[in-house]
Design a protein around this ligand. Sequence first.
Ligand code: TYM
Length: 335
Amino acid sequence: MEQQVQKKRIFSGIQPTGNLTLGNYIGALRNFNLLQDEYDCLYSIVDMHAMTVRQNPAELRKACLRTMSIFLASGLDPRKNIIYFQSQVPQHAELAWILNCFTYMGELQRMTQFKDKAAKHADNINAGLFTYPVLMAADILLYQTDLVPIGEDQRQHLELCRDIANRFNGVYGDVFKVPEPYIAKVGARIMSLNAPESKMSKSSPEGCVFLLDRPEDILRKFKRAITDSDTERCVRYDPEHKPGVANLMQIYGSAAGKTYAEIEREFDGQGYGAFKAAVGEAVVEKLRPIREETERLLADKAYLESVYRAGAEKASYIAGKTLRKVYKKVGLLAK
Ligand code: TYM
């Protein structure tokens, strides 16, 4: 008899921040798509994480549906993956509380994202911002996750998640699977187009391409992208001396499916102008079908609702099993 092999499990999440960026796509969403056949995947729109900064309620609701539409439009198949909103599966918050009691202040104080965000939102350094990585650990550990596809900026949070899991397992036995990060070699840290020393992020919109940007805006942003002030003005992959060019090569490589050697050959003897225009065009073409499909899906609220309701139900079933085990281990009376 043919033996059924249990697929390994993947969990990842993206915050519903209005409009996802090209960094989110290349660093995470693109990989979610590549992994969906081989693994048993849960992809969550982590709306509770978004609460750590002030949100306009109507805008947040729209951003949630937009992010769900982008997930589907980028190719994630709801029949193969569990796609859901974090807030609709209460076990995330429940496990986060317990894990808070297994996480040290010193560990959270060391998180670079906390330090950055606290500096940016100095008027609102709330406790949620501080314990954010614990909620992230709960997201992952609830599903006995093997692999977590993320960009480079989330590596430190994943390491903390592993430490929390090991600490808990050390006291209560093997309750949680200890997850591994899945960080792609190319594209794990897409940099800002107009400041290649910092990460592409929505806080600097001119250096950031949004997935739903209009083609003319995308082309403009690439046209103005910083390359380098090297005297040797040629397209060559050298992240140390030509960080701007290397960043554009990563983007072009993933949008057009080309290797660095192929890109170097393609632009041999040409200036940066032609190169930047080609990167812009390739990104426009890559994003066009995603943008069009997102718009179509956004108009179909009933379909979106059917996807996220079914997703939350399936996720909750799996999460419930882990949480019951945790309650039992720590001495809480399960319902
Ligand atoms: P978030 O919403 O900031 O980003 C979502 C994913 O996109 C990746 N990313 C990038 N990758 C490459 N280059 C960039 N410029 C870039 N910007 C963002 C991020 O690394 C991430 O993988 N805390 C997480 C969300 C989260 C999560 C989780 C992730 C909550 N729970 C559990 C994995 C597992 C966050 O804020 O990602």
